[in-house]
Design a protein around this ligand. Structure first.
Ligand code: GAP
Length: 514
């Protein structure tokens, strides 16, 4: 736990030091759970968006994108169920006056038991060495089985109580498990209450004419209300999808863990409209396909797992999370939801407008079912960034900090470094910079000794450093150094574009998804 906290602190300070993420309005001491992306963060974020957009829209003939407004007619949120059901159960500690999400307190308790299982696995791994069979150990070791049963019982009861809105039982569970305020250790809790997460605002110039609005808590509804517009104008045939990237806002009770849980964040969502009855097949397809997208980035697959939901949101008949091993443990990164016809049927009822699809093969009209994939852009950023940040011991006894971002997502693809600031080397380096900038985002750096510049670029995540030295003057070659292996090769200047392209081109990374 102490280690986890340490490595998480490093992630946060590195993100600031290298211009990835700053606290919002920091000169006024910041704003709780709101963050700004700096010069490198904005690039990384943009690249993640593009990687998602291309994988969804460009790679699928039957998926198109929209960009709907953040403000929507307030009835949208009545129809979607958010006004009545978009609540979190909150609990206050009477001594510390701190507010928590009751379900998260219980889930964190279960995660502590899970950590005990991981500890048992590590111990056994050490004991049995190469003969260790993890699967067998997990399914037969009595202590592990006891822990697992404990977790299952707790989470099942939590799921049941939340589903029945039995908040008294959620409090009883917290008390029975002896859960204490994580900050103070106090067990003096209030009752559990529901809290709506939507931010309200007003539209209109005068108090009389002002209309109460909400800031959208998800981008999905902007897709549903445009379903018919897109289907008709795009002549889309079922199955087809509509994708969107945009801001969402939630007044989270406990917004913490850096950019993991924010009050203003971005989502990348896709609603896939299908024939009723085919939802199971599409649910499996999108679960697998989205996992392939994640794995295509080359991040260790041990960092990912599925978590199928026991407790379903008000709109879903099946749901699974893709969880990621963040510095503070496995947590939800993306949701795959089978939303049935809940949203379209509800919008049809509330708006009085038909939202049906005429299926020429079936010769009948129906309200399509929907399969949704929904990922938080900021969470994806945190997943990529935190798993990339590594402290590496080197053979010469020193160490280096390296940000092993997937090259396709790195803010700068290469840095051009003249070895010294004289002898005509900066002029050649500038010329290389000016040629490469048409195809790649490249950096130019001539300050400090070249070794320090390498370390700086390693820590900033730049995959290549190109050094112009005195030999360049003779034969138009430079050295190209690879961030991950630190290997250096001498290559003709004319080969640079091809070399960088081979490792960073989005098309070759996207091909891994197939
Ligand atoms: N349209 C479905 C939907 O919004 P969700 O599970 O509430 O489902 C989807 O959210 C994704 O949005 C989550 O998996 C997470 O990645 C991201 N997300 C949700 N709340 C967030 C928050 N407060 N801060 C950052 N990301 C968040």
């Amino acid at each position: 736990m102490a280690n986890e906290q340490e490595s998480f602190k490093k992630v946060i300070s590195h993100a600031k030091e290298y211009g990835y993420i700053f606290p919002s309005s920091e000169i006024y001491d910041g704003l709780s759970a709101v963050y700004d992306y700096g010069q490198n963060g904005a690039e990384l974020k943009k690249n993640i968006k593009e990687y998602w957009w291309k994988a969804m829209v460009q790679m699928h003939e039957n998926i198109v994108g929209v960009d709907s407004a953040i403000f929507m007619h307030p009835t949208t949120w009545k129809a979607s169920g958010h006004v009545d059901a978009f609540n979190d159960p909150l609990i206050d500690n009477k001594d510390s006056k701190k507010r928590y999400r009751a379900d998260v307190l219980v889930e964190d308790h279960a995660a502590k038991i899970e950590a005990k299982i991981e500890k048992e696995v590590k111990k056994a791994e050490k004991r049995f060495g190469a003969d260790f069979d993890k699967e067998q150990f997990l399914s037969t070791n009595p202590r592990v089985l006891r822990y697992q049963e404990e977790i299952d019982t707790i989470l099942k009861r939590l799921g049941r109580s939340l589903e029945k809105e039995d908040l008294a039982d959620v409090k009883a569970l917290i008390e029975e498990l002896g859960i204490a305020d994580p900050d103070t250790g106090s067990k003096n809790w209030t009752d559990v209450k529901q809290f709506n997460l939507m931010f309200g605002t007003k539209l209109g110039a005068t108090a009389e004419s002002a209309m109460d609005l909400y800031l959208r808590p998800e981008t999905a509804q902007g897709i549903f209300v445009n379903y018919l517009n897109v289907q008709k104008t795009g002549r889309m045939k079922i199955p087809f999808g509509i994708a969107q990237i945009g801001k969402a806002f939630r007044n989270e009770i406990v917004a913490r863990q850096f950019i993991f849980r924010m009050r203003e964040f971005e989502q990348m969502e896709m609603q896939f409209f299908i024939k009723p009855g085919t939802q199971q097949e599409w649910y499996e397809y999108w679960k697998e396909h989205r996992m392939k997208w994640h794995l295509s980035l080359g991040i260790d697959k041990e960092n990912y797992r599925y978590h199928d939901h026991e407790k379903l949101a008000h709109y879903a008949d099946a749901a699974s999370d893709i969880e990621f091993r963040f510095p503070f443990g496995f947590k939800e990164l993306e949701g795959i939801h089978s939303r049935t016809d809940f949203d379209l049927a509800s919008h049809e009822r509330f708006s009085g407008k038909k939202l049906q699809y005429f299926d020429p093969e079936e010769n009948k009209s129906y309200i399509p079912y929907v399969l949704e994939t929904s990922i938080g852009l900021d969470r994806m950023f945190l997943a990529v960034f935190s798993s990339a940040l590594q402290e590496e011991e080197l053979e010469n006894g020193t160490s280096r900090t390296v940000l092993r971002l997937p090259a396709v997502l790195a803010p700068y693809k290469a840095a051009i470094l003249p070895l010294v600031k004289k002898d005509g080397l900066p002029e050649i380096a500038r010329k290389i910079f000016d040629e490469l900038k048409w195809d790649f985002n490249v950096d130019y750096d001539e300050k400090d000794a070249v070794g320090r510049r390498y370390r700086r670029q390693d820590a900033a995540g730049t995959p290549f450093c190109i050094t112009v030295d005195h030999e360049t003057l003779d034969n138009e070659t430079v050295t190209i150094r690879h961030r991950d292996s630190m290997e250096q090769k001498r290559v003709p200047i004319s080969d640079l574009k091809g070399i960088i392209d081979e490792e960073t081109a989005m098309s070759s990374w996207l091909k891994r998804i197939q």
